[in-house]
Structure formats: C-alpha cells, structure tokens
Write a new protein. Structure first.
Length: 131
C-alpha cells in the first residue's frame, strides 16, 4: 500500500499487513490475466478492493485508480493483457471506520473480456487497520 498526501503523489510502497486507518491509502496489486482464450480484460470504474470486518456489516472500498508518473489521475480504463502481470491501483481512501479491526480483503473486478461482460471476485488477504 501507499500513503497518499493531499497532492496525490505516491510515496514509497509499504509491504505489510498492518495499514493505517487514519491516512489516505492506495493499494497497488499485481494482476495477471490468465483467460483460456487469451483475450484482453478491460477493467472499468466499477472495479474495487473491498474490505469487510468479519461478523459485521462494516466495510470500506477502494475504487480502481490510475497512476501516471507517480501521481493519481482521473481513471478512464485499465487493460489486463493476457499473460502480462499488471500493477493495478485502488484508492485513495481513508478507512477510519475499520480502525482497530482485522478485515478480509476482496478484489472485485468488472469490465469486458473481449466483447463480453466480465465480473470476478477474488478473496485476497486479511489486513489489520491500526487505530
């Protein structure tokens, strides 16, 4: 994840499972398209990372984002070419409602695969949101 200041520039990446709940964060996740028919996947703005606290309805989402030259810019689309690992960004979001809890992270992907609709949910990791 990245902590993102008001100027929307990404600083250094943090590689751990404890995330500050009181700071704007962006997730950077490598995704690889392994479609059997080798079609490209075009992700739309409906894609997100979604964290939920088990046993409750408390959740928070990070919408898909675009980063150009180390800065967040307006999202338009994200293509996942077959077989190419692609760094996809989600955020910026402050998850203050999750502070002090363990949360399950899911990656919700939506868009087109070739000319067909595409949707997939990937159970991902668990993280701890610090207070």
């Amino acid at each position: 994840y990245y902590v993102v200041p008001a100027n929307n520039s990404l600083g250094r990446a943090f590689f751990n499972f404890t995330i500050p709940g009181d700071k704007d964060t962006v997730f950077g996740i490598y995704l690889t398209n392994l479609d059997d028919t080798k079609r490209n996947i075009n992700l739309t703005r409906h894609s997100c990372v979604w964290l939920i606290i088990p046993g409750s309805s408390t959740s928070q989402s990070w919408s898909i984002a675009k980063v150009v030259s180390g800065r967040l810019v307006d999202f338009d689309f994200q293509v996942l070419k077959y077989g190419e690992p692609t760094l996809v960004y989600f955020g910026k979001t402050k998850a203050s409602n999750l502070k002090g809890n363990i949360a399950a992270a899911n990656i919700l992907l939506y868009g087109k695969i070739g000319s067909d609709d595409y949707g997939q949910n990937l159970p991902f990791i668990s993280v701890y949101m610090t207070a």
